[in-house]
Design a protein around this ligand. Sequence first.
Ligand code: NAI
Length: 327
Amino acid sequence: SKKPVRVAVTGAAGQIGYALLFRIASGEMLGKDQPVILQLLEIPDEKAQNALKGVIMELEDCAFPLLAGIEAHSDPMTAFKDTDFALLVGARPRGPGMERSDLLAANAQIFTVQGKALNAVASRNVKVLVVGNPANTNAYIAMKSAPDLPAKNFTAMLRLDHNRAASQIAAKTGKAVADIEKLAVWGNHSPTMYADYRYATIGGQSVKAMINDEQWNREVFLPTVGKRGAAIIAARGLSSAASAANAAIDHMRDWALGTNGKWVTMGIPSKGEYGIPAEVMFGYPVTTENGEYKIVEGLEIDAFSQECINKTLNELLEEQNGVKHLL
Ligand code: NAI
């Protein structure tokens, strides 16, 4: 049987953690033949550590055959030791009266510390996914704080936006979500993201031609996908958790095990593709194979798409500028 791999999860006692850990332990992320050791990080706060103990008791009580070990940590330097996969979920939420700049600064602090810890102790091949918001900028900070690790190992989660877009398209066309190919989401994980179905197909047929309604694209589809997080908060009183955990599973599984040519969306550091400045953590359509992602290149960007891409890029550049002095 395979040697266990180490999976670190931060914010492990939070609501995404609760929807995520059991699926990692059951083999949904890395395969039904891959044992895992969970290295769980929470803040030192007694309440958080107690909550984490409770989650661990429940993980034990599942008796998952693939769960080869569980560790509880309050220090990233031990939580990230030799880790092969790191899911950075824990982040500082925006509190009452908190300015956007305060939020960026609080998270910059968390993600510089965690980036440095990954740099010092993680596996040199560690695959890092940042879920905690602002996800792209937090991933950028972690990457910049880990100069000894390859930059390409740091990614941000755009998969929830991708899945939301796929689901809206399936509903609009009356087709199965599983049959949608070649969907792309560009940019920031925020309402500015640009979900792009111009190249998408279902059963080889063009989705754009099938829908044939540019007004629906601009006035219904894009705002629905962009504001979906807010709609869920308004309805549930809590932010998306199970769907976010599901997207994190999808992102890591596809990165590790490959997509067989299927396009998925990942937030990854640009190397200048599509005119995005180098190092910007940007959502791109990718395919993956042998544990490596590759950007889908050569797509034509029309005027409307360029406008959308510029908008989400400018937001990311502003966020990046807002934390520059803290790096
Ligand atoms: P939550 O508040 O339920 O849980 C977060 C947990 O992280 C808490 O238990 C907290 O103690 C812990 N935490 C905070 N700072 C930490 C640190 N420095 N080290 C370790 N743990 C730390 O929040 P929830 O709902 O689980 O969401 C987590 C994050 O994911 C939020 O930032 C949220 O905005 C983001 N999110 C991102 C999505 C995406 O698509 N990228 C989608 C949905 C949520």
